[in-house]
Design a protein around this ligand. Structure first.
Ligand code: FES
Ligand code: FES
Length: 161
């Protein structure tokens, strides 16, 4: 640890965490390497692919574009916490049922981003789903089944299916 390391404290998936971190460590690296929360993936490390999507203070962010020190005092939620709380159960089941994943590398980020859209309520159009997920790249599925899954859950939650 360098002389520039800083103490941070934050809430991650409902638990208080206090750690000393290097100023240059990204949030996703912090989650994966210091907290062993490896559900958030690292693809491009440049804010392009969305594999590292997590929630900070209720908003989705790219974990590779935020530094851990910027999360001092913040509330961070990862795929692990959101999954354990049951918030993602419908999306997880819909992805599995419709084969909306192959290698699964994009899936945690995709589901966290999809839930961000669905928690606004209503049934988004397929174009709106595609637009919302446009920052989450999938090299396997061709996206069709992903949009199907998200649309199905939106309809289910709205009582239209
Ligand atoms: S790893 Fe963060 S956007 Fe690709
Ligand atoms: S399932 Fe492989 S990248 Fe999306």
């Amino acid at each position: 640890m360098s002389e520039h390391a800083l103490d941070i404290s934050l809430t991650v998936n409902g638990e208080r965490v206090a750690e000393r971190v290097e100023p240059r460590q990204t949030l996703v690296d912090f989650l994966r390497e210091e907290l062993a929360l490896t559900g958030s993936h690292v693809g491009c490390e440049h804010g392009v692919c969305g594999a590292c999507t997590v929630r900070v203070n209720g908003e989705i962010v790219r974990g590779c574009l935020m530094l851990a020190v910027q999360c001092d005092g913040a509330t961070v939620e990862t795929i692990e916490g959101l999954s354990d709380s049951g918030e993602l159960a419908g999306l997880q089941a819909a992805f599995a049922e419709r084969n909306a994943l192959q290698c699964g590398y994009c899936t945690p980020g995709m589901i966290v981003a999809a839930q961000d859209l669905l928690k606004r309520g209503g049934v988004p159009s397929r174009d709106e789903i595609r637009a919302h997920l446009s920052g989450n790249y999938c090299r396997c599925t061709g996206y069709h089944a992903i949009v199907d899954a998200v649309e199905a859950v939106a309809k289910q939650r709205a009582g239209k299916q």
